[in-house]
Design a protein around this ligand. Structure first.
Ligand code: OGA
Ligand code: NI
Length: 239
């Protein structure tokens, strides 16, 4: 599964080959916070990550996603299949993030955002202690990677479907001046043509409906238009 390449176009063709051979089970996005000259390094690194040891847990994370979704449903007092049904079709996507060292780390950041999808299973880089940060009680708090553990980030659609019972987590990623950091995010969410409506079972006199119905593809458009502006996107569907 590991391809050796000497140039960026070469790396891309090996990468596409892997995708065509179904080495990966979903859409892949690559994101780097680096200058053009460094992209080749990023691609090489991702090819190395495509070794069995990383792809296997990532694939497992999609199986885990279904279980996590079932548990979210049950914790809301619903049948275990309720949320999966409410997503009306599902979309898996994976993004590999590459953060090279930066001499001025405070100037380089993956801006604060909440993921627009249902939820995200994130594999962190255990070599770097401060990368992912979340807002907790009004302050940025680092989420230290634990070996062998995934981070599950709640996304906007889970907040909508649960009628505000679950809150999507505002997060960002910081870089440092010494080490490259990588992360792999497996996104679980609805298909783009899914109609998202909060679960009627979760509306009550003391919990009135908080969110309007939307089509997920339209939601994604307003998310990208808001350019990673914290939790701005979800406010566009709030009553
Ligand atoms: C993302 C994300 C965080 C990280 O890809 O949406 O929030 O630690 N990544 O790379
Ligand atoms: Ni994110």
């Amino acid at each position: 599964m590991y391809g050796k390449c000497s140039s960026l176009p070469d790396a891309w063709s090996v990468f596409h080959d892997l995708v065509h051979k179904n080495a990966f089970s979903c859409n892949i996005m690559i994101s780097t916070l680096c200058a053009n000259g460094q992209s080749a390094q990023a691609i090489h690194l991702f090819l190395a990550l495509a070794s069995d040891s990383v792809v296997r847990p990532t694939h497992v994370s999609f199986v885990a996603a279904k279980r996590v979704l079932g548990l979210f449903s049950e914790s809301l007092g619903l049948e275990s299949g309720a949320l999966e049904e409410a997503f009306e079709g599902e979309r898996h996507a994976m993004r590999m993030n590459y953060y090279p060292p930066c001499p001025e780390p405070e100037l380089t950041i993956l801006d604060a955002h909440a993921d627009p999808n249902g939820f995200t299973i994130l594999q962190q880089d255990t070599r770097v202690k401060d990368g992912l940060q979340i807002v907790h009680c009004g302050a940025w708090v680092p989420i230290k990677p634990l070996p062998g553990a995934f981070v599950v980030n709640i996304g906007d659609q889970l907040q909508v479907l649960s009628n505000d019972a679950y809150k999507s987590v505002e997060h960002r990623a910081v870089v440092n001046s010494e080490r490259t950091r990588v992360s792999i995010a497996s996104f679980y969410g609805p298909a783009e043509d899914s109609h998202i409506a909060l679960l009627a079972q979760l509306v009550a006199d003391e919990a009135p409906a908080c969110f309007k119905d939307s089509v997920y593809g339209n939601y994604l458009q307003s998310f990208y238009a808001s350019k990673l502006d914290g939790k701005a996107a979800i406010e566009t569907v709030r009553y």
